[in-house]
Design a protein around this ligand. Structure first.
Ligand code: SF4
Length: 339
């Protein structure tokens, strides 16, 4: 598979009054052409910061890439100028956010908002851009696109607005679409429709997707591969099947246990006790140690290295060391009874 995007040892920090917050600490990831990768973790895990770093949309002055590379088609975006990024954002890499209302301009018709990118990046005439906008609205399932193209965002429901946002993001045929919690603000039925739409669009357009979410349920619907983030680091990566059926990291077990299960006899829904680490003073050992029921002495002192579980599956946990006691995932974290 051809690598489209590669993050290597990425470190991102925020300067705050209290000191430096090390939000992303040594993330390495890759995305193949046409692939969909989910980055999963609780809020504060660094998943959104990682995606914003790729787009170079970190808050001005306080956020910065401290170290590492973001390679996209041979270019290191970590070192790209703002002018170079303007050509890439929206045209080569697009992003959609959680709340469609904040991503749309309430004073502009949706047609104009779709046309903006087309005119800027693809030099289309007004009439060509309008025609393409109508086709894009059709593609994302907006009924009567010829009429609706001239309407304003407030005339659309939440789900329809998110479809419009997706149409804008796909307007210039980007190679990568970053979707940051794209369905969190929507109700469950609409959520499923938007995920179906994204999967369908990926099949049609071949756009690679990075899905940022706190919800493993969303991942099962869309992603092929999963990276689990905690404390600014990737603690486990694998195919969807490996993460759901053979998870190795206690934090992944916690995330799986906190997923509602359709076939569960018990109503058990487990939250992970405790809070994420203080990234102003990150722990010297495993970032999950303070919340991990299996933590050993070594976990507090030394950072676990990522261990290969298979050629596509890695986890950073001392339990994978051959000297560690054998521990099975808790029942609530086992999907479909497999271990
Ligand atoms: Fe738990 Fe230790 Fe594994 Fe960290 S390294 S997840 S503390 S067992």
């Amino acid at each position: 598979m051809e690598k489209l995007l590669e993050l290597e040892n990425l470190h991102v920090s925020f300067q705050t009054y209290g000191g430096e917050v090390k939000a992303v600490r040594g993330v390495s990831l890759s995305l193949d052409k046409g692939e969909s990768l989910a980055i999963v973790g609780e809020s504060g895990s660094g998943k959104s910061v990682t995606s914003k770093a790729v787009m170079r949309l970190l808050p001005n002055k306080i956020g910065s890439i401290k170290e590492g590379a973001i390679r996209f088609q041979g270019k290191d975006l970590a070192k790209a100028s703002e002018r170079e990024m303007e050509k890439i954002r929206g045209a080569e890499i697009s992003m959609i956010f959680q709340d469609p209302m904040t991503s749309l301009n309430p004073t502009m018709t949706i047609g104009k908002q779709i046309m903006e990118g087309l005119r800027k990046h693809q030099n289309m005439s007004k009439s060509e851009a309008k025609e393409r906008s109508i086709n894009l609205l059709k593609l994302v399932g907006i009924p009567n696109p010829e009429l609706r193209v001239d309407e304003y965002p407030h005339q659309f429901s939440g789900g329809m607005r998110q479809r419009v946002v997706i149409a804008i993001a796909l307007a210039c045929n980007p190679k990568v679409l970053i979707a940051d919690e794209p369905t969190t603000a929507l109700d469950v039925t609409i959520q499923a429709q938007i995920l179906d739409l994204m999967r369908d669009l990926q099949d049609k357009t071949g756009t690679a997707i990075i899905l940022i979410t706190h919800d493993l349920g969303v991942v099962a619907n869309l992603a092929q591969r999963v990276a689990v983030m905690y404390g600014g680091m990737i603690v486990e990566t694998g195919t969807v099947d490996e993460i759901f059926y053979k998870p190795k990291h206690p934090y992944t077990w916690g995330l799986l246990a906190s997923m509602p299960k359709l076939n569960a006899d018990s109503k058990e829904l487990l939250a992970i006790p405790g809070t994420p680490p203080d990234l102003m003073n990150p722990p010297k050992g495993c970032p999950f140690a303070a919340r991990c029921p299996y933590a050993m002495e070594v976990c507090l002192e030394h950072m676990p290295e990522a261990t290969n579980v298979s050629s596509s599956h890695k986890a950073a946990c001392w339990l994978l060391d051959e000297r560690a006691p054998k521990v099975e995932p808790p029942e609530a974290a086992v999907v479909g009874g497999a271990r």
